[in-house]
Design a binder for this molecule. Structure first.
Ligand code: NI
Length: 168
């Protein structure tokens, strides 16, 4: 079901999300949450979404993008939909990169955010299967943006040069 996306100014977006516990995997509640997140993200043409954005403080996020996305250009392809639960990330080296980020919870605003380019990550999917790897694609850009949501952080607070923060 398509849910209402919380927007900047709503204090629920600033609250820390909690880890999904072992018994919650493969539950109807988790499956329903993920279905709602998929419906809501796709309806809004998002490239990612976190549970907090529909008001659920669980460490669950989705990543899905391809070249057809109307909100961003030259994204490449995420290789389908990825459900990311309880993610952990570790910065691998000093290399950083800039990207003009936007957010479904900050309508129409975009701004340049500098983030680590390469990350080591682990996470679980909806069935509780562990994934791990190292990546330096757009995928880890989205991952970092969504993990920020789980930690109650909006991208606007990471825009160092506020003059890049513009409506479009
Ligand atoms: Ni966002």
């Amino acid at each position: 079901m398509i849910k209402k996306i919380l927007v900047d100014g709503d204090e629920r977006l600033l609250k820390l999300s909690e880890e999904v516990l072992a018994y919650e995997f493969n539950s109807k509640e988790l499956d329903d949450l993920i279905t709602d997140m998929i419906d809501t993200m796709r309806n809004a043409n998002g490239v990612g979404i976190s549970a907090v954005q529909i008001g659920v403080h669980k460490r669950v996020l989705l990543i899905e993008y391809n070249e057809e996305n109307p909100r961003y250009e030259n994204l490449g392809d995420s290789g389908g939909l990825q459900v990311v639960i309880n993610p952990k990330i570790e910065v691998v080296d000093d290399e950083v990169c800039d990207y003009n980020e936007g957010c479904l919870s900050v309508p129409e605003l975009y701004g340049v955010v500098t983030r680590p380019k390469r990350l080591k990550y682990t996470f679980f999917d909806a069935k509780g299967q562990l994934f791990e790897g190292v990546d330096d694609s757009f995928w880890v850009r989205v991952l970092q943006h969504e993990i920020d949501h789980l930690d109650g952080v909006l991208f606007t607070s990471r825009v160092a040069d506020k003059s890049t923060l513009v409506k479009k």
